[in-house]
Write a protein that binds this ligand. Structure first.
Ligand code: SF4
Length: 429
């Protein structure tokens, strides 16, 4: 093996940062190395990362193996204790060339492998420019990092620190660079994106940032948001949803549950009524918008009745895309100290949520039949509509946008036929 292989787990922010890590590691002269960018959201994510580390070591006996990401930040010692691992970098260190220089020699003690600082001491997010997101038809741009909230089930603030925003000018420059390199769609991402700007002069909101990007990058055809906290959505954002066609009609909401008592015990900032009301409002503002959400099954103290309120939220909010998380106690969080449900029960409830979600998703697919759509081709034969629905279509190069008519669906994806005279303008290299 030569060069640098990167294995990325978790969120879009990690995907973006893996690109930054590649640039920084290359500029530090690192070679013959495997970087594992981990996630700590669930115990399962950590287990998979360790499995990947063992496999990477077997397949690359002579390579340097470096572990980074939120699991490394929150539990460095357990990765440093692995013989397969040469170095453990924190979420801040992974973004700097210095993190990849003078790596510890083989066979040093676990302590000597660790380069992880106190992430809570980090006050700003240095803009990191990337030219491309490898193998992706759409580009992710980090606009915010960290989180000031402390939801009782969540380990993320301990992996990423407090909220900090990338200055608007730097974000606009990054988006311009990516559009200049041929990207037609950009996704702005963060840990708690709706808290964007609270730490910047003039406290610009996420909506202000989005409209500033669209105003200053006229060639950007599609601006998309990664997940947001609906209770923090600002008026500027709602205006964009209503009036701006380049702002994509898809929102992924961090709802987590549909029962007010559980939302309180999660320390979420919204109620069931707030969530239902928000979804009704954005549907009125932008007919055809699609909504997705994260929901947790089996949170401690959740009764059958409370769980039913999570199930019924799917229809109450007309959700079409569901990410279901079986509750996973994370050491160091308040929810891990609450009385836990049996794993079997958690799995059963997660399965029921997924089943309901799949039914809602098929209805969504059905509702799009015979409609005209613009499809961003992700790879040959596959693309996504503006409201983020996957489509099978047998024309168009990756990165191009194809006008098409939806001919049906196969239960998992839409099927579509390109409308005549469509453009195949070449996309990003
Ligand atoms: S808002 Fe809550 S769930 Fe989201 S990252 Fe912050 S603490 Fe975690």
């Amino acid at each position: 093996m030569s060069g640098i292989d990167i294995i990325t787990f978790g969120c879009r922010l990690n995907t973006y940062e893996s690109e930054v890590m590649r640039r920084q590691a290359e500029s530090a002269g690192l070679n013959n190395a495997v970087l594992v960018n981990t996630c700590a959201v669930t115990g399962e994510a950590v287990r998979q990362a360790k499995q990947a580390i063992r496999r990477a070591r077997r397949e690359n006996p002579g390579a340097r193996l470096i572990v980074t990401g939120c699991a490394a930040q929150t539990d460095a010692a357990s990765f440093a204790a692995m013989d397969e691992v040469d170095a453990v970098l924190g979420n801040e260190e992974k973004l700097k060339a210095a993190g990849y220089r003078n790596l510890p020699d083989f066979g040093v003690s676990a302590e000597e492998k660790i380069r992880v600082n106190d992430i809570m001491s980090v006050r700003n997010t240095a803009p990191q420019m990337v030219d491309a997101i490898e193998g992706r038809a759409r580009a992710f741009v980090q606009v915010q990092n960290g989180c000031d909230h402390r939801c009782t089930f969540c380990i993320i603030p301990f992996g990423r620190g407090n909220s900090r925003s990338v200055p608007m000018g730097a974000v606009v420059d990054q988006v311009s660079r990516l559009v200049g390199n041929g990207y037609r769609e950009v996704v702005i991402t963060g840990v708690d994106a709706t808290s964007y700007g609270a730490d910047l002069p003039g406290r610009p909101t996420l909506g202000k940032l989005a409209s500033t990007i669209l105003a200053n990058v006229p060639d950007l055809e599609r601006l998309r948001l990664s997940s947001i906290d609906s209770i923090e959505a600002d008026d500027h954002l709602l205006e964009l949803i209503a009036d701006e066609q380049r702002f994509m009609p898809y929102l992924h909401l961090s709802l987590q549950h549909g029962d007010d008592m559980i939302l309180k015990r999660m320390k979420r900032r919204h109620s069931r009524t707030d969530a239902v009301e928000f979804c009704r409002t954005v549907r009125e503002l932008r007919p055809g918008i699609a909504l997705g959400a994260d929901l947790i099954a089996g949170f401690p103290t959740e009764t059958e009745e409370m769980f039913d309120n999570a199930l019924s939220l799917i229809d109450a909010c007309s959700l079409s895309f569901l990410h279901v998380f079986p509750f996973s106690p994370r050491d160091g969080t308040p929810a891990a100290r609450m009385p836990q449900h049996d794993r079997g029960l958690i799995k059963t409830r997660a399965a029921k949520l997924r089943q309901q979600g799949e039914r809602a998703y098929r209805q969504h697919l059905q509702s799009m039949a015979q409609s005209d759509q613009k499809i961003l081709i992700e790879r040959p034969g596959l693309g996504r509509t503006e409201n983020f629905t996957p489509v099978r279509i047998d024309s168009g190069d990756p990165g191009t946008i194809i006008p098409a008519t939806i001919s049906g669906h196969d239960g998992g994806k839409l099927t579509a036929v390109a409308r005549s005279g469509h453009s195949t303008k070449q996309a990003a290299a």
